[in-house]
Design a protein around this ligand. Structure first.
Ligand code: GLN
Length: 535
């Protein structure tokens, strides 16, 4: 069992998640069984209670785990499903240790960060490695070396290296190599400092990945090699890439795959990049282009909707069509109206919570419905499109979701029955993969090509079953339901180029070579819309 530990230096936001995903991908392409773990050194138990505005999207796994968005990258690069345990947080680690202490399992002892917390960290890592039956487990430690929060994790990693042996544990350090504008010279000092910091914790990196605008020069690589005590060939460039999916190939070209295999004494197959390269080629050589507007409240941080933009990238390659995204702040629609949507060939309203900006999303749904613009509403977007329909087609002027207006006289979106007694907000939504039964002959049937699917969920509210008949009578057809037939999962509007919504999140299961069916259909419809209307 081998471990690769990825740390970050100098600043955050260096693309450590993509580095980790790419390393994992390179090894997987050599026939290795690879899995990945993300360590988040914050005290939250999981990402579920965090604001996407601060931390980016909350990614949802098959098992309902609400996790860091990097797990989405791992899943997409490795085309695999991970579990909640693959996201280790300080909150999870401490909770286990403190519960153990209360049960009296440390009786007589003083419970301390070393060894008790570090033991628990290692136990969690090894458990994943064993359960995944992985040859290699890649572990990304969030944050930057030197942060107080990440200390116990780095210490646990150092212990892992001692216990498992230096042929079985490899340290990869990702750093920033800034370029001074005036002279255009790549500066290695920040890298030297962060490696020094890492060494003071007892960790000598084996590989250094330098993020810079351009490739690292020979001179820069030599310097980093000399001052940071790593072989020249272990200093790898991570220049800005046109697509994150190109990063594994950029690493591969520099011999990173062979280097890691050699260091860990692994023997694998010849890497096969055929389908991956074809995917990139399609992405880079589009024959057409369309514009999709994403209407949300967290649009100022693109990471808030990362799974949607990735899903649309997967679609773009499949259709050889460039998909331009315009990010529209729903609060701005409330102020300025829907004119800002006029350039879009399709509109997507993603998930969300709370009243702020919701009226703008309702206006966007109305605009799409009335102007025959392709539309996809996901989760909150699905719910608000239902509200819009109730107000403007069924005539319930005051219709709303009880999440937004508890006193509404037409609660067309209401709390799920099983949520009535739920008080704690962490991890208590309807979460994860659930079965959906699709109507034969429906649009959904045509799109998925199946009558039963599984998609991931994250919600507390749903379409109020009391209004279903009325919606159906007026043409809003619920073509996907849960197994009981009580929970509405998909709607589709008949007299429209493409107007669909899903209570689930199809974006979470989209993969580079297997795009989300609903996103695919949205872009196909956007292309037809563009051609029909000559816009
Ligand atoms: N706020 C809505 C609910 O809880 C939608 C959630 C979402 O979009 N993920 O049902």
């Amino acid at each position: 069992m081998k471990y690769i530990i990825v740390t970050g230096g100098v600043i955050s936001g260096l693309g450590k998640g993509i580095t980790t995903s790419s390393i994992a991908k390179i090894l997987k392409n050599r026939g290795m069984k690879v899995t990945a773990i993300k360590i988040d050194p914050y005290l939250n138990y999981d990402a579920g209670t965090m604001n996407p505005y601060q931390h980016g999207e909350v990614f949802v796994l098959e098992d309902g785990g609400e996790v860091d968005l990097d797990l989405g990258n791992y899943e997409r690069f490795l085309d695999t499903n991970l579990t909640f345990d693959h996201n280790i947080t300080t909150g999870k680690v401490y909770k286990t240790v403190i519960e153990r202490e209360r049960r009296g399992e440390y009786l007589g002892k003083t419970v301390q960060i070393i060894p008790h917390i570090t033991e628990e960290i290692k136990r969690r890592i090894k458990k994943i490695a064993v359960e995944s039956d992985a040859n290699v487990t890649v572990i990304e430690i969030g944050g930057t070396v030197g942060d107080i929060e990440s200390m116990p994790f780095l210490e646990a990693a150092r212990q892992l290296w001692i216990e498992e042996g230096f042929r079985n544990v490899l340290f990869v350090h990702t750093t920033l190599v800034p370029i001074m504008d005036v002279v255009g010279e790549q500066k290695t000092k920040p890298t030297q400092h962060s490696v020094k910091e890492l060494r003071s914790l007892g960790i000598q990196p084996d590989i250094i990945i330098g993020r810079a605008k351009e490739k690292l020069t020979t001179e820069t690589r030599r310097k980093i090699s000399l001052f940071c005590n790593v072989p020249y060939e272990a200093v790898i460039s991570a220049p800005d890439a046109r697509s994150i999916y190109e990063v594994p190939l950029i690493f591969e070209e520099q011999g990173l795959g062979e280097y890691i295999m050699g260091k860990l004494q692994l023997w694998g197959e010849n890497p096969n990049w055929k389908s991956w390269k074809r995917f990139l080629n399609n992405l880079y050589k589009p024959r057409d282009e369309v514009t999709i507007a994403i209407v949300g409240k967290y649009v100022h941080l693109k990471d808030s909707y990362i799974s949607h933009s990735e899903a649309l990238t997967h679609v773009a390659a499949k259709l050889k069509t460039k998909v331009n995204l315009t990010w529209v702040d729903s609060e701005e629609i409330e102020e300025k109206g829907t004119t800002m949507l006029e350039d879009a060939h399709g509109i997507l309203i993603p998930g969300g919570f709370g009243a702020r900006g919701s009226e703008g999303k309702i206006l966007a749904a109305k605009y799409a419905r009335e102007h025959n613009v392709p539309f996809l509403g996901v989760c909150f977007g699905f719910q608000l499109a239902v509200v819009e329909f109730a107000r403007n087609v069924l005539g319930y002027e005051d219709a709303n979701s009880t999440e937004l207006q508890p006193s509404t006289s037409a609660p067309v979106i209401d709390l799920l029955p099983e949520q009535r007694d739920v008080e704690a907000l962490g991890g208590t939504m309807r979460l994860g993969a659930q079965k959906i039964v699709i109507d034969k002959g429906s649009m959904a049937h045509h799109i998925y090509g199946r009558l039963e699917i599984e998609e991931r969920h994250r919600h507390r509210y749903e379409v109020n079953p009391e209004y279903i008949d009325e919606f159906e009578k007026h043409g809003l057809h619920f073509s996907g339901k849960d197994e009981s037939g009580e929970r509405m999962e998909i709607f589709e509007l008949k007299e429209h180029i493409f107007y669909m919504g899903s209570q689930f999140h199809p974006e979470f299961k989209s993969r580079p070579l297997k795009p989300s069916p609903l996103h695919l259909e949205l872009v196909k419809a956007a292309k037809s819309y563009k051609n029909q209307n000559n816009v």
